[in-house]
Design a protein around this ligand. Sequence first.
Ligand SMILES: Nc1ncnc2c1ncn2[C@@H]1O[C@H](COP(=O)(O)OP(=O)(O)OP(=O)(O)O)[C@@H](O)[C@H]1O
Ligand SMILES: [Mg+2]
Length: 316
Amino acid sequence: MPKHSFDGESFTRMRPPEGKNRRGRAAVGEHKLDQLYPEYAERVERTRTSREPEPEPAGDRWSTWDKSAAGERGPRPYPDWLVTDLAAVDTELGILKTGKEADVFLVERSVPGTGRATLMAAKRYRDSEHRMFHRDAGYLEGRRVKESRVNRAVAKRTAFGMQAIAGQWASAEFAALSRLWSAGAAVPYPIQILGTELLMEFIGAPDGTAAPRLAQLRPSPAGLEDLWAQLGHTLSLMAMDGFTHGDLSAYNVLVHEGELFLIDVPQIVDVVGNPRGRSFLDRDVRNIGAWFVAHGLTGDRVGKLAADLCSDAGLR
Ligand SMILES: Nc1ncnc2c1ncn2[C@@H]1O[C@H](COP(=O)(O)OP(=O)(O)OP(=O)(O)O)[C@@H](O)[C@H]1O
Ligand SMILES: [Mg+2]
């Protein structure tokens, strides 16, 4: 580094002791300089670092793992496949699905030169006007956001408000996945949340082929029984924790090599705290039950599951 270049540290060293100028006299207006100093130091630092640009990562971006705060990362213990290295890069491999409220992308997080890599599903909630707000009205109502500026922007549907709504949906889904995962339910592991992007475990094959939705399957009678048992088990774990999915259907269930996973959970419903909790639970079981009945399950078992779940949740 050249001898006379400025950096934050040398500026500090050149500054006289508190409240004095270089000759030791009380300095006029010194307090003003003190206030300006952090901004100055930051500017100098910016100039310095911009002269030494970081080399471009091999992927599309550096791993964003360290950008998410502790509470914005998935529950511990971390699964062993998770890549947490700071040297990791994220490479976008393509789009899995454009949905009504979000687009889901396939992203690989890998550590160059090590062979360590994992596939992730990146669900990016839309903040554009193309988003459909069908779930916003009921859900956001009664949900107080501290900053009133955010409330006003949300109410007015300004660009900033739309961004805030997208962020709230992403956080709601991250929190729901974390809760359900910790309760033992079959959901993708929530890796991290960053703004409007939720990164989660990719459910599918190592070559990037996503698992089919339940709606696309034609299972054998034995396969159907097995899926019904898995569904009952996961819904029961959720009910014991006090929740139902809230938007359950054969489109929000993925099946990877016979293993069932519930997805799309931002709207999970607290069945005890919500006055309509029981009817949400009934609706979920009816909706998913209809698919099972269409593929051979007897109708009485759907009613039985709903009753069992109510008792798991402690509802009369
Ligand atoms: N973790 C995942 N692993 C693999 N594929 C996923 C994952 N999460 C989502 N997908 C794919 O993306 C699709 C949309 O996801 P999701 O249902 O969460 O979003 P959405 O915006 O509600 O979409 P839709 O309007 O289609 O319901 C899923 O049907 C599935 O095909
Ligand atoms: Mg969905």
